[in-house]
Design a protein around this ligand. Structure first.
Ligand code: GLN
Length: 260
C-alpha cells in the first residue's frame, strides 16, 4: 500500500516523508510501487490455469495494465491478451466451460493482439500434430489464429526440461548503443511444443539447432521453430515470464501500440 504522496502515474513511489509516532517511516522501510498510466495498454491474462501470475507481473513490469481474465465479460476493453504456459488441454476445457472459447476466437479473428507462451502457443495454433483425445475420443481444441502445426511435448518430458540462449528476431529495439547487437533471449523449455510447419505469412522469430536441444529431440537433426509472429499474434515455445526476460513482453506491448 502506498502511504506517502502519490507518485504520478508511471513513476515509482515510496513512503518518504510519512511519519508515525514522530519517526520517519521511510527510515524503517521503503515501499515501491509502479502505477501504469491510465492510457497504458490494458492487457488481459487468461487466468484459468497455468503460470498466469508470472505473466501478470511481466506485463506490469513492461508498463501495461494487467488484468486476469476468467469470464467473457472480463474481455471487454482489453487491448491485448496473454495466454500463459500450463496445460493446453486443461485451458481448452476450462475456456469452453467458462464460455470463453467462442468470444476469444472472434476477437482473434478481429485482430486482437495475443501472445501465447508454451501451452499458449499450442492454443494459438490452427493445427496440433498429436492432440490429446478426451474420454469420448474428441481431440483437444485450440482457439487458433496462427497458420501453423505444433507438436506438443516435442522436446521430451518434464525431466528433459532445459535452458538455452536463443537469437530472437524483432527485438532490435533492445540493441545496445555503440553497435552492440541484440542480446540472445534466455529461454526455459518445460515440456514445450515446437512448430512443425508454418504457412505463408507466419514469420519465424527463433529456432533451435540440434546441438541446442536435449539429445532425444535431435533424431533427424533438423532445426526447430520455437517462436513465431503472424500479424498481431505472437507465440513462443518457452517461458520468458519465468526468467525475468522482459523483452518478449515488451515486443508484445509494442505490437499492441502499433509500434512493432
Ligand atoms: N505440454 C504442455 C501442453 O501440452 C505445455 C507445457 C507448458 O506450458 N509448460 O499444454
Amino acid at each position: 500500500m502506498l502511504l506517502g504522496g502519490r507518485p504520478s502515474p508511471g513513476e515509482r513511489g515510496n513512503v518518504a516523508g510519512v511519519t508515525r509516532g514522530g519517526r520517519d517511516v521511510a527510515a524503517d522501510y521503503t515501499v515501491k510501487v509502479r502505477i501504469p498510466p491510465s492510457d497504458a495498454p490494458l492487457v488481459g491474462v487468461l487466468a484459468l490455469q497455468g503460470d498466469f501470475r508470472e505473466h501478470l507481473k511481466a506485463v506490469h513490469e513492461v508498463g501495461g495494465r494487467a488484468v486476469p481474465v476468467r469470464r467473457p465479460a472480463e474481455l471487454a476493453g482489453v487491448d491485448g491478451l496473454v495466454i500463459p504456459g500450463g496445460e493446453s488441454t486443461a485451458i481448452d476445457k476450462l475456456a469452453r466451460a467458462f464460455g470463453l472459447s467462442e468470444p476469444l476466437r472472434e476477437l482473434i479473428a478481429d485482430g486482437l493482439p495475443v501472445y501465447g507462451s508454451c501451452a499458449g502457443m499450442i492454443l494459438l495454433a490452427d493445427r496440433i500434430e498429436d492432440p490429446t483425445l478426451d474420454l469420448g475420443g474428441n481431440p483437444q481444441q485450440t482457439f487458433g489464429g496462427i497458420d501453423m502445426t505444433v507438436r506438443r511435448n516435442a522436446f521430451g518430458r518434464q525431466r528433459e526440461s532445459f535452458e538455452v540462449d536463443v537469437d530472437f528476431g524483432g527485438l532490435e529495439f533492445s540493441a545496445g548503443r555503440d553497435g552492440d547487437g541484440v542480446a540472445p533471449v534466455h529461454a526455459v523449455f518445460i515440456r514445450g511444443p515446437w512448430v512443425e510447419s508454418v504457412g505463408e505469412g507466419v514469420e519465424v522469430l527463433a529456432q533451435l539447432h540440434p546441438d541446442e536441444m536435449p539429445s532425444a529431440a535431435t533424431l533427424d537433426s533438423r532445426a526447430r521453430i520455437v517462436a513465431v509472429r503472424s500479424g498481431n499474434l505472437l507465440a513462443t515455445s518457452f517461458h520468458p515470464e519465468v526468467t525475468g526476460e522482459l523483452r518478449v513482453h515488451e515486443l508484445f506491448i509494442r505490437m499492441i501500440k502499433g509500434e512493432a
